[in-house]
Ligand binder design. Structure first.
Ligand code: PEP
Ligand code: MG
Length: 317
């Protein structure tokens, strides 16, 4: 059993028809990078940086953040590390912070919160930039809904670079910028985002919540939280197709990416990058290695045009 797992860990994630699939890891704390490495991850697809800020009375400063990001980058030994800027608000709040928002999920959350707190944001950006001297860092912006937020983020990054320049501190200038696709608006009107950004990552957890108007944490409506709803699948498909046309990488980093029951369906939608809990990586890799992407693409494309929900069983072998 153990030997079989080791073989699988070192095996390539390649489909039967020869398509290479990237399998990356989601982490919440720097120590988990080692777990990602031992699971054979191709990189970190999502580092939820807000966990460095939660469950403590104070905020981590630039130096502490730099050390945390740099340790992940070093542990990953040249594999890309995608660090999401703070996604605070809604289900993730700072200690002692009381939200007064009418509806926190629709309020001052994530990139909105960061742009409203420029000191907090620039501290994080300087730490991220400094970490990029140790290996490939990609900056991922959560909860983008407008192009002007992308522009404001670029301006904040430029200002952070200027501050580091003034201090004589080094950073890589090849840092990539991407956005989470987790608000339906941008999955629908995706073109300007895919044209401007270096990569996209679909956050299905929030995308499902906002598309179906189902609070992701509310048990009373949990049965309506359906990752396979045709509207959700069409938004995912639209994003993947736009990325393909523009030659920009698109990943899924929500829970769906680590659910081996839907791996074939995601391959059939054209997905080539998955990011998940490290423990799920080998199960997904097993599915990838048994899949025939081109056959799945034909099956999934025709299923998307039908009224009834997609039949996962019909996608098996
Ligand atoms: C998502 O929304 O799918 C996601 C990956 O981010 P989080 O679960 O942290 O909101
Ligand atoms: Mg999210």
């Amino acid at each position: 059993e153990r030997a079989a797992l080791t073989v699988l860990r070192d095996a390539q994630a390649i489909t039967l028809d020869g398509i290479s699939i990237r399998l990356e890891a989601n982490i919440e704390l720097p120590e988990e990078a080692a777990v990602a490495m031992s699971a054979g991850a191709d990189g970190i697809g999502l580092f939820r940086s807000e966990f460095l800020f939660m469950g403590r009375p104070d905020l981590p400063g630039e130096e502490e953040q730099y050390q945390a990001y740099a340790s992940v980058v070093r542990t990953m030994q040249g594999r890309p590390v995608t660090i999401r800027t703070l996604d605070l608000g809604a289900d993730k709040t700072l200690d002692g912070e009381v939200t007064v928002a009418t509806n926190p999920a629709l309020g001052l959350r994530a990139i909105r919160y960061c742009l409203a707190n420029p000191e907090l944001f620039s501290t994080q950006l300087r730490a991220l930039l400094r970490a990029s001297q140790h290996g490939p860092v990609r900056i991922l912006i959560p909860m983008i809904s407008h192009m002007h937020e992308v522009l404001a983020t670029r301006q904040a990054i430029a200002a952070a670079r200027a501050e580091l320049d003034a201090r004589g501190q080094t950073y890589s200038d090849k840092i990539e910028l991407g956005a989470m696709v987790e608000i339906p608006a941008i999955a629908i009107a995706i073109e300007p985002f895919v044209a401007d950004l270096d990569f996209l990552s679909i956050g299905t957890n929030d995308l499902i919540q906002y598309t179906l108007a189902i609070d992701r944490g509310d048990n009373d409506v949990a049965d309506l939280y359906d990752p396979l709803h045709p509207a959700v699948l069409r938004l995912i498909a639209n994003t993947i197709n736009a990325g393909e046309r523009a030659g920009k990488p698109v990943s899924v980093c929500g829970e769906m990416a680590g659910d081996a029951r839907v791996t074939r369906m995601l391959l059939g939608l054209g997905l080539k990058e998955f990011s998940m809990h490290p423990q799920q990586l080998l199960d997904v890799k097993k599915e990838v290695r048994l899949a025939h992407t081109n056959a799945l693409r034909v099956k999934v494309a025709s299923a998307l045009n039908r009224a009834e929900p997609i039949d996962l069983a019909a996608l098996a072998a």
